[in-house]
Design a protein around this ligand. Structure first.
Ligand code: ACO
Length: 334
C-alpha cells in the first residue's frame, strides 16, 4: 500500500487588512473585547474590485504549492476544494480552479465541511492515494467570508471572528514510511443549525425570501451559538487528537507540532494546556487572519513550514472542529 505525503504548500490572503479598531467605526465593539475573547487583532477582507474570489485566492495559493512541490500542474490527478463560501451556489469552485490553472481535464470535487473541510479533504486524498488510484492530489481550502457577514452591531458576535484567505497543499504518493499516518473524522448533525447559514437555500429559496419582504429576516447571515460551539470544540478537539495518538500507539509528549484550526485562540490555548505542550509546539496565527474556516489549517501549516518550525521526522498533528458539527484530526510523520 502507498503512503501519502504533503510535498508542497502555499497560501494567499487579500492585501486589505481590517483591524479591530477599523471595526469599531462600523459596529459597537472594541479591540479589548475581541482580543480578550478570541485573540484576534486583525483579519483580511477582500476589497470590492480587487479581483479576489474564493476560487482565485485558491488558485494563487495552489500555484505556490505546485511550484514548491516541483510537480507539473498537468500531473495533478484530482483537485479537492474545501469551502463553505463557493463562488457559485453551483457548480463548485474546484472546477474553476481546474480551468484557471489551465489543466485540460482532471476530476474536481468540492468538500463542504466548513472548519473541518481541510482535514476531510486530506483524508479523502489519502484514501485515493492509498488505493493506488491517484498519484498527485491538489487540496485547497479557501473562504470569502467578508462579503456575507452582518457588519452591523447585530452581527458582531459572528462577524468580528471571520477573515478571508486560502491555503493549498500538494499531496503525493510516497514509498517511504513518512507522511500521513492516519486521519479521523466525525460529525454530529443534531447541531447543524447551531452554526449555519440557513437561507437562501433549498429550505428557503430566494423567491420565498423576496416575497416575505421581511426586514427582520436575517437568515441569509451566518448564525452561531458561540458558547455551545466553544464548549463542544474543546471536548471534541481533545478527543479526536487522542484518538489519532492512540490509533498510532503514540502519546501526547511525542507531539512536535500541533496545528489546530484557528477558531479562537482560547480554544487553542485550552488544548495546549490539556496536552502539556509548550508555546513553540502549537502554531497560531489567528491574531493576524481571524478564522478563515477551510483555509485556516493550510494557511497555518504553510506559515509554520516557512518559519522553519516543522522539521523532517517531526510528529505533526492537525485538528479541527466546526459547523455541522464536524471535527477531525490528521497525524503526519513529516
Ligand atoms: N464586541 C463586543 N461585545 C460583543 C461582541 C463584540 N464583537 N460580540 C458579542 N458581544 C457581547 C454580547 O452581546 C454579549 O453581551 P450581553 O452579555 O450584554 O448579552 C456579551 O458580549 C457576551 O456574548 P457571548 O456571545 O456570550 O460571548 P462569548 O464569551 O461566548 O464569546 C465567541 C463569543 C468569541 C464567539 C465565543 O463563543 C467563541 O469563540 N465560540 C466558538 C467559535 C468557534 O469555534 N466557531 C467554530 C468555527 S466556525 C465554523 O465552523 C464556520
Amino acid at each position: 500500500m502507498y503512503n501519502s505525503k504533503i510535498i508542497g504548500m502555499g497560501k494567499y490572503v487579500p492585501e486589505n487588512v481590517v483591524t479591530n479598531e477599523d471595526l469599531t467605526s462600523i459596529m459597537d465593539t472594541s479591540h479589548e473585547w475581541i482580543v480578550e475573547r478570541t485573540g484576534i487583532e486583525e483579519r483580511r477582507h477582500i476589497k470590492k474590485g480587487d479581483g479576489n474570489t474564493t476560487a482565485t485566492m485558491g488558485v494563487k495559493a495552489a500555484k505556490i504549492a505546485i511550484e514548491r512541490a516541483k510537480i507539473d500542474k498537468n500531473d495533478i490527478d484530482l483537485i479537492l476544494f474545501a469551502t463553505l463560501s463557493p463562488d457559485y451556489y453551483f457548480p463548485g469552485s474546484g472546477v474553476i480552479v481546474q480551468h484557471q490553472l489551465d489543466i485540460p481535464s482532471c476530476p474536481a470535487m468540492d468538500i463542504r465541511n466548513q472548519c473541518s473541510g481541510f482535514i476531510y479533504a486530506l483524508s479523502t486524498a489519502d484514501q485515493f492515494i492509498k488505493t493506488g488510484m491517484y498519484k498527485n492530489i491538489l487540496i485547497i481550502g479557501s473562504e470569502n467570508h467578508s462579503g456575507g457577514l452582518d457588519m452591523s452591531t447585530r452581527g458582531r458576535g459572528v462577524s468580528v471572528i471571520f477573515g478571508d484567505g486560502a491555503g493549498a497543499v500538494a499531496v503525493s504518493r510516497s514509498d517511504d514510511d513518512k507522511g500521513l499516518l492516519s486521519t479521523h473524522l466525525h460529525s454530529e448533525g443534531q447541531f447543524a443549525e447551531e452554526l449555519a447559514l440557513i437561507g437562501p437555500s433549498t429550505n428557503r429559496w430566494v423567491p420565498e425570501i423576496l416575497e416575505a419582504n421581511d426586514s427582520e429576516d436575517i437568515s441569509y447571515y451566518p448564525n452561531m451559538n458561540g458558547q455551545l460551539v466553544f464548549k463542544n470544540a474543546v471536548v471534541r478537539f481533545s478527543e479526536v487528537i487522542m484518538e489519532g495518538l492512540q490509533h498510532n500507539q503514540l502519546t501526547p509528549d511525542q507531539i512536535d507540532m500541533l496545528i489546530p484550526h484557528q477558531a479562537n485562540l482560547r480554544i487553542s490555548q485550552f488544548i495546549q494546556r490539556k496536552f502539556g505542550l509548550s508555546d513553540d509546539q502549537v502554531y497560531n496565527n489567528i491574531m493576524r487572519y481571524g478564522n478563515t474556516t477551510a483555509g485556516s489549517i493550510p494557511i497555518a501549516l504553510t506559515e509554520a513550514w516557512e518559519e522553519d518550525k516543522i522539521k523532517s521526522g517531526d510528529l505533526v498533528v492537525l485538528a479541527a472542529f466546526g459547523s455541522g458539527f464536524t471535527w477531525g484530526s490528521a497525524l503526519i510523520r513529516w
